[in-house]
Ligand binder design. Structure first.
Ligand SMILES: [Zn+2]
Ligand SMILES: [Zn+2]
Length: 214
């Protein structure tokens, strides 16, 4: 069994803090010529526009060129009728079996609610070994909480989740800096204060891993 790192509701929701990454560091990242592929894999129906926006935004944060793959039919076996949710680890395993490759990272995107046993739900999950991750969009919309839609906030949350989970695929663990994307957030408020940028320490670890993988 691959070692799996979970990102929960309490962990995942993080938001933008643009000041947390220095301009010089970001420029250095953008200078990289060797880029790896990120496969974005939707399960069932996921907005193509949202997938493109995720891919484009991730290019600013990580040295990845994205490809949007055909939609995967979500297996019924992953659905738990009592919970009305899909079992995240099973979907992650399916992604790893089909797409895992040393030269790529994979991000599954689901517009259904996800869970793992013993937790009410998860926003995402990552498999560090196979460099595969998955995120759910469902709980990131303001409408979910009876509030008016906020597309900008929704996309910030989506990106924060995506960067956090992909950060785990670079071997990053949770960070104690509340303004770092790898921070273990306990609430939506934490998330909305947090950003999708890495702190200097995590950025250093990230760059070391990127160099190692070259
Ligand atoms: Zn995490
Ligand atoms: Zn950090």
């Amino acid at each position: 069994m691959p070692k799996i790192t979970l990102t929960y509701f309490s962990i995942i929701i993080c938001l933008i803090h643009l000041a947390s990454v220095g301009k010089g560091e970001k420029t250095e990242m953008q200078k990289r010529e060797t880029k790896e592929y990120l496969y974005l894999v939707p399960f069932d129906e996921v907005s193509t526009e949202v997938l493109h926006r995720i891919g484009e935004a991730l290019k600013e944060q990580l040295p990845l060129e994205y490809k949007i793959m055909p939609s995967e039919p979500i297996p019924r076996s992953a659905f738990n009728p009592e919970r009305g949710q899909y079992y995240s680890s099973l979907l992650l395993h399916l992604l790893a079996e089909k797409y895992a490759n040393p030269g790529r990272r994979v991000l599954g995107v689901v517009d259904y609610d996800l869970y793992v046993p013993r937790l009410n739900f998860v926003f995402g999950e990552a498999d560090m070994i196979n460099k595969v991750a998955i995120i759910s969009l469902v709980r990131l919309r303001q409408e979910r909480y009876g509030l008016p839609p906020d597309d900008k906030l929704f996309m910030r949350r989506v990106l924060t989740e995506a960067v956090h989970e992909l950060g785990h695929t670079y071997g990053l663990k949770h960070c104690s800096d509340p303004h770092c994307v790898m921070f273990f957030s306990n609430s939506l408020a934490d998330t909305d204060r947090k950003g999708y940028h890495f702190c200097k320490h995590c950025l250093k670890l990230l760059q070391a891993q990127i160099n190692k993988e070259k």
